[in-house]
Write a protein that binds this ligand. Structure first.
Ligand SMILES: NC(=O)c1ccc[n+]([C@@H]2O[C@H](COP(=O)([O-])OP(=O)(O)OC[C@H]3O[C@@H](n4cnc5c(N)ncnc54)[C@H](O)[C@@H]3O)[C@@H](O)[C@H]2O)c1
Length: 333
């Protein structure tokens, strides 16, 4: 069975790993992907850019003409494939952009909705919506194995920080896909990822590259005051992508609802810094604190029982191995 994938934000951290996992040797699948390079570059897919099974377009999900062209390209070849799967990875994401209310609305909300409507128009079978664990906002953990998809939310609001506009927009997209599935227009689901990282990531503000690059360049790391208490789990992008594909391959799971995708390997940010330092051969790391982020939950721990029950997905890369790969790759530069 050959599948045609349409992927937005394809050169981003999730998108480029999807390309690698879909286009394994011998696969007859095909990918049409686009990105506007808001937070990535063509380098991330350089290993597949000459692959006939991958067609890339420098397009913006908010640009109507570009999206019309993309749609006509899907229509032109869709007859050769047994299944059409849309995956929406394009987003204004990353900590510093969370505060950009209008950009997050245009790309994350309107872009998601229009890409979903395109999927329905071309007769796609499935639409996978990347949402975020940020929607858990101030209730991001509990002592019973982590927050569940069905838990009620306590969100910080504009009284506290503009940061939650990112989560609020993503939350709305979960309603769009639920409505489309309930109306029988397409199969699909939303995924709430928690803190994805990648050995190929170059984004300096993400905590793992930030810590490693700081130790490498300055011999010390300066963390936010929040880091004195904060604990997080970290999901390798190999595992975030294998979850996308596990869900896309399990029709019974595509009921319009939401899936948490995370690990349960929780670590404090201070211990993360110490672990990175020890892996880099630094015995007495200098860790300083400066700055404070409003509305930043102290813990974020997600229950992944739902995806583990409904699909065969489980994370394959533990934090120690993931960090080893990051350190090896970042230090090569
Ligand atoms: N990275 C994380 O920790 C994390 C956590 C939870 C959810 N997510 C979600 O997962 C999805 C993928 O994120 P990622 O980690 O790959 O982030 P990323 O920033 O690496 O990838 C997003 C891609 O979208 C592109 N993009 C932004 N605006 C665009 C536009 N208008 N048109 C076309 N492309 C555009 C960017 O250039 C980038 O390549 C996003 O929906 C994100 O919200 C990520």
């Amino acid at each position: 069975m050959s599948k045609l994938y349409a992927i937005s934000g394809v050169t981003g951290m999730t998108g480029n790993e999807l390309v690698r996992q879909i286009l394994v040797d011998g696969s007859t699948d095909h990918i049409l992907g686009f990105d506007n390079f808001y937070a990535s570059s063509i380098e991330t897919v350089s290993d597949h850019i000459d692959d006939d099974r991958f067609e890339f377009f420098e397009y913006d999900v908010c640009n109507k003409e570009q999206m019309a062209d993309f749609e006509s390209r899907v229509n032109a070849i869709k007859g050769s494939y047994d299944e059409i799967i849309y995956i929406n990875c394009a987003a204004v994401v990353h900590t510093e952009h969370f505060y950009h209310v209008y950009e997050t609305f245009d790309t994350n909300v309107m872009g998601m909705k229009e890409f979903m409507e395109q999927a329905i128009r071309v007769g796609a079978d499935k639409y996978i919506n990347c949402s975020t664990s940020e929607v858990y906002s101030m209730n991001s953990w509990n002592e019973n194995g982590g927050v569940k998809e069905s838990d009620y939310l306590t969100m910080s609001v504009a009284e506290h920080s503009q940061r939650t506009s990112y989560a609020t927009g993503k939350l709305l997209t979960e309603f769009f896909i639920k409505d489309a599935v309930d109306e029988g227009k397409i199969k699909g689901c939303s995924i709430r990822f928690a803190n994805v990282y990648s050995k190929d990531e170059r984004y300096p503000k993400h905590i793992i590259p930030f810590i490693i690059n700081s130790f490498r360049d300055n011999g010390k790391v300066v963390l936010l005051e929040n880091s004195r208490k904060n604990r997080r789990t970290f999901l390798n992008n190999y595992d975030s992508c294998s979850a996308v594909l596990a869900l896309a391959g399990t029709d019974s799971a595509l009921d319009g609802t939401v899936y948490n995708v995370a690990t349960d390997e929780e670590i404090s940010i201070i211990d993360l810094a110490k672990l990175c330092a020890s892996k880099m051969g630094i015995t007495d790391p200098v860790i300083e604190f400066n700055g404070y982020r409003e509305s930043d939950p102290e813990r974020r721990l997600l229950s992944t029982e739902k995806i583990r029950t409904r699909t065969s997905w489980k994370p394959a890369v533990d934090l120690s191995r993931g960090l080893d790969e990051c350190i090896e790759n970042y230090l090569k530069l």
